[in-house]
Design a protein. Structure first.
Length: 255
């Protein structure tokens, strides 16, 4: 049986390598003053699994909105092994500055309106009306507040020592929808869950493959650094992992 990869696992690949299904994106309308006053931190990656408009299989959704008012939308039926659909284009702010509308996309049976909240986008129905009732929260796309999703993090420094570029450097990729991480430790692949407590990042024991390689020192130290991580920082395109004493254990560059 073919297993479906989490949608964010292929989000970066789609952004970099797939031909868009919509015209090339151009800047949309600037945010109204009301939107700028309410929040200046709306740009980012949002993800969730929302009910289908026709009552069918729920839809895994990743929506990235950019400061220049362009967007990238990736969707797929939840749990499906099929290739996701990718759309890109412009979006326009609603006059009150509290919501946005996706442009350059067929809206016949696809929601294109989203209310903007604190750390979330809430999908609305086909005619920009809020979906009310007990299921309202099921339409929320949560923002990647940690700054981890949407790219691959390649290890550049380990325990204070710069890591030379190699054919296969260790890397991590984070999946916002189910708080999973997967990557490569240098010799073996790794996967598992990450944990966020009070805004800080930690890694419970991760699962690795059992391949034998001539040099495993880097891999061993890398896994030890992940296990020791208690907090992190994303700055200037780098992901920095620190242990409980504040020591920098690993530095990654976003790819």
């Amino acid at each position: 049986m073919q297993t479906a990869l989490p949608l964010l696992a292929i989000f970066t690949t789609l952004l970099l390598g797939c031909a868009p299904q919509t015209p090339a994106a151009q800047a949309g309308e600037p945010a109204p003053d009301a939107r700028q006053i309410q929040s200046t931190d709306w740009a980012g990656v949002y993800a969730g699994t929302v009910p289908a408009p026709n009552g069918g299989t729920a839809i895994e959704t990743v929506l990235q909105i950019h400061p220049d008012t362009t967007y990238t939308l990736v969707t797929r039926p939840a749990g499906s092994p099929v290739e996701p659909q990718r759309f890109s284009g412009r979006f326009a702010w609603q006059p009150d500055g509290k919501g946005l509308k996706l442009l350059d996309i067929d809206s016949t049976d696809r929601p294109i309106y989203y209310a903007v909240g604190d750390g979330l986008l809430r999908q609305q129905d086909l005619v920009t009306v809020s979906i009310e009732g007990r299921s309202t929260n099921n339409y929320d796309l949560q923002k990647d507040s940690l700054g981890l999703a949407g790219q691959r993090w390649e290890l550049s420094e380990l325990d204070g020592t710069p890591l030379p570029r190699a054919k296969q450097n260790p890397y991590l990729t984070f999946f916002l929808t189910d708080q999973r991480v997967q990557g490569h430790a240098g010799c073996n692949s790794l996967s598992g869950n990450y944990r966020v407590e009070s805004g800080e990042l930690a890694f419970p024991p991760l699962v690795t493959t059992k391949m034998a390689c001539p040099q495993l020192e880097v891999e061993k130290k890398f896994l030890e650094a992940l296990h020791a991580t208690t907090n992190h920082e994303v700055k200037d395109g780098q992901l920095i992992l620190k242990d409980g004493s504040g020591k920098v254990r690993a530095v990654f560059k976003g790819q």
